[in-house]
Design a protein around this ligand. Structure first.
Ligand code: SF4
Length: 85
């Protein structure tokens, strides 16, 4: 279980700064096998959010989804110990 506080109000990085992208082809992939937000320590499953990257704004491809998707990824990905395959 991550000890990173997820209920604090502090500045987060933009999607573009973090290098965030979503690849629609991976939406139905096994999200425990690969580098996905789903297995990142910073991912907050409830509400599809990230503890350190904003939900809104354009990603590196200029796309806007207004969520951090389980099948998304950014350069700050760090695996939840024992969860990622
Ligand atoms: S990969 Fe990036 S955007 Fe996704 S949960 Fe981790 S830190 Fe947040």
């Amino acid at each position: 279980m991550s000890k990173i506080p997820k209920d604090k109000d502090y500045p987060k990085l933009s999607k573009a700064t973090s290098g965030y992208i979503e690849i629609l082809l991976f939406e139905n992939a096994n999200l425990n096998a690969g580098y996905f937000c789903n297995d990142c320590v910073y991912f907050i499953k409830q509400g599809s959010q990230c503890a350190i990257v904003k939900n809104d704004g354009p990603d590196v491809n200029g796309e806007q989804s207004d969520i951090i998707a389980p099948h998304g990824i950014c350069t700050l990905w760090f695996p939840i110990e024992g969860q990622a395959q």
